[in-house]
Design a protein around this ligand. Structure first.
Ligand SMILES: [Fe+2]
Ligand SMILES: [Fe+2]
Length: 260
């Protein structure tokens, strides 16, 4: 199954006209497409199904509990499929059946271990100020982000558990998150500083249970493989466009196809 993947277009400030890639079976949007949501209209009438996992910025200046159902409605009105702790199955023209598991998977700030968790939470303060989101009437601060992240993780863990196989056999399982699942995805421009915990989780144990894992959030594209205990590899892909003013979109190939 061939996927066109886009994330971190940041259409709230950036100019970009997405075009359908010839030969793609699906388009995956892995978050931070447009914090105003207006840019999602560009994907209405897309020639193939469009899967959307919201990014952190889709919740900017919003109340999470009401924003998620509103975002689902907004995207449904455009014919787009939102995945937030949701499974979606697709069979391509060749009969290949792929299970997609999507969730924002917010940071739990444990990527450097529990000993450095407090430091990582403190370093996240800046990002929460930028977002200005709320949860149940309270500031959606780093501690609340962590709680949401752990809930996303628990859902994924359950879905990927060997004790809970898919209802119908599938050829491949693909996870889509906004936050990165491994420090292997970390932006090398920033290295392993405390703020990196606001971008990457340590989900290697879950990566091994998936054939591929697509993410955004890190404005640094990557495509790598990690060995699976039973043999073979899991592929991790980030197709973020990022911010042209920082040179992040240089070399970006929006029409590139990824086989899963
Ligand atoms: Fe982003
Ligand atoms: Fe993000």
């Amino acid at each position: 199954m061939r996927l066109q993947i886009l994330s971190d277009l940041h259409l709230e400030t950036e100019a970009f006209e997405p075009e359908p890639a010839a030969g793609a079976d699906l388009l995956v949007l892995a978050g931070d497409i447009d914090s105003t949501w207006q840019g999602y209209a560009r994907f209405a009438g897309w020639p193939v199904p469009v899967l959307v996992v919201p990014g952190n910025h889709e919740f900017d200046r919003r109340e999470l509990r009401t924003a998620l159902p509103a975002f689902r409605d907004h995207c449904a009105g455009l014919g787009l499929q939102v995945l937030e702790r949701d499974e979606w199955l697709h069979t391509d023209a060749q009969g290949r059946r792929v299970r997609f598991l999507g969730t924002v998977r917010w940071s739990d700030f444990e990527v450097f271990g529990t000993a450095l968790q407090a430091k990582a939470l403190k370093a996240a303060g800046y990002f929460q100020k930028v977002m200005q989101a709320r949860l149940d009437g309270q500031v959606f601060d780093a501690a609340a982000v962590r709680e949401e992240g752990l809930a996303c993780r628990a859902w994924l863990q359950d879905q990927l558990s060997a004790a809970r196989p898919p209802a119908e056999p599938v050829d491949s399982t693909v996870v889509i998150t906004h936050f990165a699942p491994s420090l292997h995805s970390a932006d090398p421009r920033y290295g392993q500083q405390a703020t990196t915990a606001s971008f990457c989780n340590a989900d290697e144990g879950l990566i091994a249970a998936a054939d591929a894992w697509i993410h955004g959030h890190v404005h640094w594209r990557s495509d790598y493989r990690l060995p699976r205990p039973g043999g073979g590899f899991s592929r991790v892909i980030c197709q973020a466009r990022g911010l042209p003013r920082k040179g992040e979109s240089e070399g970006f190939e929006p029409l590139r196809l990824f086989e899963v």
